[in-house]
Design a protein around this ligand. Structure first.
Ligand code: SF4
Ligand code: SF4
Length: 417
């Protein structure tokens, strides 16, 4: 690595050094409490998969360039130069961490390894050493925001096709405009993922609840966040913020995508609309008596996987359970306390990397598969697309015999007409 590149990367490193980050980088007592907390280590016990070990790779570079001790006495400070070799280590650390933050809830100092890994990801982006496909997907999302007119007609035509499917299955609830788009003055803007599975059941529930809603032109997923690029993350997010402001909605409801929800909730700043997950919205409809569910349609044992970005990292824990109380006859918890639930093993962009990460995802989530098996559930439902894909892969790989469903689909399929 040439000196100019190193200096550029160190500037990126420095941009991440707020007070919290410095605390995370300077506090670890090496107590080892986080060791067993990481699903990767618990499934594949190798030192490189210990949370504190991953963090140490970043910490040593921090000591070398941002602490006097590392500059003057590198061996004492256990510091490390930023080299191509270091970048390889950073890649392995960052892309074997799903950002689930289970280690953080066990750490006595609350050290956030996911945040430390965000430095690693940013350095990789700066060195053009990140998984290229994630940046390409992020750029495609940004381009859509910049040239919406090109996409508009095609999008509206595909929505028309979906409307027919909603009417066919949920005639009574369909209402006049089955899937409203670009409706100024709507109360709620629903941001879905690309694909019928994310739009059709949600439309059925909104219409059943007589919601004044409109569908976003944009897909919720934020590849900028997966790749750890703050600039791209913001540009992708801003498309939705701009649309919500233009339509003057009171609420932005994010579909079943954990990262999209956390990014929208935590990074959109002070806005004249509130941000909700679709799970929160459904729980509200039930509480207000706007929808009713028929439990008898779900007599078999069901468990719920809390997506890390929605539960542990954004606090949505009670709402899915409130829905499930009205939705299924035999509900079984995965973990005694949801905040300590194992990660599915697919977050942090790993599912988005598809087949390339499949072997690692299956091996590193062995403990998750065992946790599901122990419940005896026939169905695992969840509220995140990444988790759904990963849990489906796990079910097939470990022959769990469980069907994986989206919570929204179960709600839609159990609506009392
Ligand atoms: S639990 Fe916290 S303090 Fe202990 S080794 Fe892990 S990161 Fe360091
Ligand atoms: S955030 Fe999750 S995957 Fe990453 S080190 Fe911590 S427990 Fe492991």
């Amino acid at each position: 690595m040439d000196e100019q590149t190193r200096q550029d990367l160190l500037k990126l490193f420095e941009s991440k050094l707020n007070q919290a980050m410095r605390l995370y980088l300077e506090t670890c007592s090496r107590c080892g409490v986080c060791t067993q907390a990481c699903h990767v280590y618990a499934s594949m016990p190798q030192a490189k998969y210990i949370a504190a070990y991953r963090a140490e790779i970043v910490r040593r570079i921090y000591k070398k360039y941002f602490k006097k001790q590392g500059e003057l006495m590198p061996s004492l400070g256990e510091s490390k130069s930023l080299t191509d070799m270091a970048l390889t280590e950073l890649y392995e650390a960052a892309y074997s961490c799903t950002g689930c933050r289970r280690c953080m809830v066990y750490c006595p100092f609350g050290i956030d390894t996911q945040m430390i890994m965000s430095i690693a990801k940013l350095l990789l982006v700066g060195a053009h050493a990140e998984p290229e496909i994630l940046t390409m997907l992020a750029d495609t999302s940004i381009a859509k925001g910049e040239s919406l007119d090109i996409f508009r007609e095609g999008f509206l035509a595909s929505v028309k096709n979906l409307e027919a499917q909603v009417v066919e299955k949920w005639k009574a609830e369909a209402g006049e405009t089955v899937i409203p788009v670009d409706k100024e003055g709507a109360d709620l803007l629903y941001v879905a993922l690309a694909g019928a599975h994310s739009i059709i059941p949600a439309a059925a529930v909104f219409n059943a609840a007589k919601e004044n809603w409109t569908l976003s032109f944009f897909e919720a997923v934020n590849f900028g966040a997966f790749v750890g690029d703050p600039s791209r993350t913001k540009l992708i997010l801003n498309r939705i913020v701009g649309e919500a402001l233009r339509l003057k909605v009171k609420e932005v409801c994010i579909c079943e995508c954990g990262t999209a929800f956390r990014v929208m909730k935590q990074l959109s700043g002070k806005q004249p609309f509130k941000v909700s997950s679709v799970t929160e919205v459904h729980a509200r409809y039930l509480r207000e008596g706007r929808i009713k569910l028929d439990k008898s349609r779900n007599p078999e044992p069901v468990t719920y996987h809390d997506p890390c970005q929605i539960a542990r990292n954004a606090g949505i824990i009670d709402e899915p359970r409130y829905i499930l109380k009205h939705l299924v006859q035999d509900y079984r918890e995965l973990a005694p306390e949801p905040i300590y639930n194992w990660c599915c093993g697919g977050g942090g962009g790993l599912v988005a990397l598809g087949e390339d990460t499949l072997d690692f995802r299956m091996k590193s989530a062995k403990v998750k598969a065992e946790q599901i098996k122990k419940t005896g559930a026939k169905t695992v439902c969840t509220a995140c697309e990444n988790c759904h894909t990963q849990l489906s892969d796990l079910s097939a790989h470990y022959q769990l015999g469980t069907e994986v469903k989206f919570l929204t689909s179960m709600v839609a399929d159990s609506l009392v007409k």
